[in-house]
Design a protein around this ligand. Structure first.
Ligand code: GLN
Length: 200
């Protein structure tokens, strides 16, 4: 269960250009964190952690470049800020996108390749309970939903697999970075956000 005291006083940025921003903000505030909506590079200053939400990765990519956030985001994540990317946010973090939209770029900070739209159609999202491997090594169930979610098709040497679904990798951790294909913010299961806050 959430221990609000654990995360009290932490400031978490949520990239707020497109996608499931409010849902992540609500979970983080429920855990006792203060949320900053990241729309400009200066909003990245002073954060304890960062969330890249789901949405449409090609749109989020385009907007990060339009708003001058691409390089600051790369620098911030590479500087070691605890970062969670969910679904399109995972695609943004990935080193390679197997089937990118025309001109689509990713930040390239997480050493995985991803294939887009592998699980859960827009009209028929897939709910599942996955085994999640925490930083502590403990394996616990996490309730999730997949909405046109990516699969992780390649995992680099420094990347730990934290969750699988139907035999495919859907959760990873590389140092300060957690990348997941699914949406924990829509199920009321706060475990992954708690883990992000525990990395701070
Ligand atoms: N299919 C979307 C993309 O490629 C991701 C969907 C999501 O974030 N739920 O960006």
């Amino acid at each position: 269960m959430a221990d609000a005291l654990v995360s009290n006083g932490k400031t978490v940025g949520v990239l707020a250009l497109q996608g499931g921003v409010a849902e992540h903000a609500a979970v983080l505030e429920g855990l006792g964190a203060s949320v900053v909506l990241v729309k400009k590079p200066e909003h990245l200053v002073g954060l304890d952690a960062l969330v890249l939400p789901g949405g449409e990765s090609s749109t989020i990519d385009r907007l990060t470049r339009i708003f001058g956030l691409r390089e600051p985001l790369i620098d911030t994540v590479e500087s070691g800020l605890p970062t969670l990317g969910t679904c399109a946010g995972l695609i943004m973090l990935a080193r390679e996108i197997d089937d990118s939209a025309p001109g689509q770029q990713s930040l390239g900070v997480l050493d995985v390749s991803v294939g887009r739209n592998a699980f859960g159609s827009q009209v028929d999202s897939a709910e599942a309970v996955l085994d999640w491997q925490a930083v502590t090594g403990e394996i616990t169930p996490v309730k999730t939903v997949f909405i046109r979610a990516p699969r992780i098709s390649r995992v680099g040497g420094n990347v730990v697999i934290t969750a699988k679904y139907r035999g495919e990798v859907v959760g990873v951790r590389q140092g300060n970075i957690i990348g997941i294909s699914f949406h924990p913010e829509l199920t009321g299961d706060t475990r992954v956000h708690e883990e992000l806050l525990a990395l701070v």
